[in-house]
Design a protein around this ligand. Structure first.
Ligand SMILES: [Zn+2]
Ligand SMILES: [Zn+2]
Length: 270
């Protein structure tokens, strides 16, 4: 079966491979918080009963705030299987049950009508969902996080966002440590929030520049790189110019790689 993917909310939740009851298996939605709302609408338009595997990279706000607006959580026919970074359930509860006081959101987590189950598998090794094997890797990011690799048959998709590929900022992990995880991937979606100049001023903030993302993709012989997690202030022409710069750098290295910048609602086939 062909795998399709869709980018939702690339400036702003977790990756979530999902399986609908109409057997739409094989699709990956890779998004941050802004992406979950339209995904919820789409799932409901197709079918009222929704089973979702929700993999959380980490629990920073830009990866959480879409969850309260994911319409299927208000339906008793929905099942959500959660896995990913160990604090993920705490994070999903936070927008509903804020300890700082009432008034932030009208509904409590325990009042959600969907069945929400924490799988707790990725802490102990790969998670297998039918024919897909999912592995995780630690992120170089404040408070930590996980990147994910999805393998089905001969196809591999790697999703690493909120990750700083530098030698100096992080003592325990180095950019080269990501090469085996990304090795020969068909698609690598990686954080490319900054330019190299911006990144130097943001050392330790836990994001990469586009050149570092490309370097990883080239070292790992990735077939296609998708630049992701654009800075919120970024204008479209800037993103296009970063893609062009990466293409030029790849040509100079005679590298056979396709490069894209993630665009809202863009779709791809593995
Ligand atoms: Zn983050
Ligand atoms: Zn983020």
């Amino acid at each position: 079966m062909e795998n399709e993917g869709k980018v939702l909310g690339n400036k702003g939740i977790p990756s979530c491979p999902w399986k609908g009851h109409d057997d739409l298996w094989g699709k990956y939605h890779l998004s941050r918080e802004t992406g979950l709302r339209p995904l919820g609408e789409k799932l409901f338009a197709e079918e009222k009963k929704v089973d979702v595997y929700l993999l959380m990279t980490h629990i920073h706000w830009d990866h959480l705030l879409g969850f309260p607006f994911f319409a299927p959580i208000y339906e008793p026919t929905t099942k959500i299987f959660v896995d990913g970074f160990p604090t993920c359930m705490k994070g999903l509860r936070a927008p509903f049950d804020n300890k700082f006081g009432d008034g932030f959101f009208p509904i409590k987590f325990n009042d959600l009508r969907a069945e929400i189950q924490y799988l707790d598998r990725l802490n102990r090794g790969p998670l297998e969902i039918e024919d897909v094997v999912i592995d995780s890797i630690p992120l170089q990011h404040p408070q930590g996080g996980y990147g994910f690799r999805f393998r089905e048959g001969k196809k591999t998709l790697v999703f690493i966002t909120d990750n700083e590929l530098t030698e100096e900022a992080w003592s325990s992990w180095h950019p080269a440590d990501y090469v085996p995880f990304c090795k020969d991937a068909d698609i690598l979606i990686h954080d490319a929030q900054y330019t190299p100049e911006e990144r130097k001023k943001r050392s330790g903030w836990g994001h990469s520049d586009y050149a570092a993302a490309l370097e990883l993709a080239l070292d790992a012989h990735v077939k296609r790189l998708i630049l992701f997690h654009h800075d919120p202030t970024r204008k479209d022409p800037e993103v296009v110019s970063f893609q062009a710069k990466c293409e030029k750098l790849a040509r100079e290295r005679n590298a056979d790689i396709a490069i894209d910048a993630a665009r809202e609602a863009s779709e791809f086939t593995l």
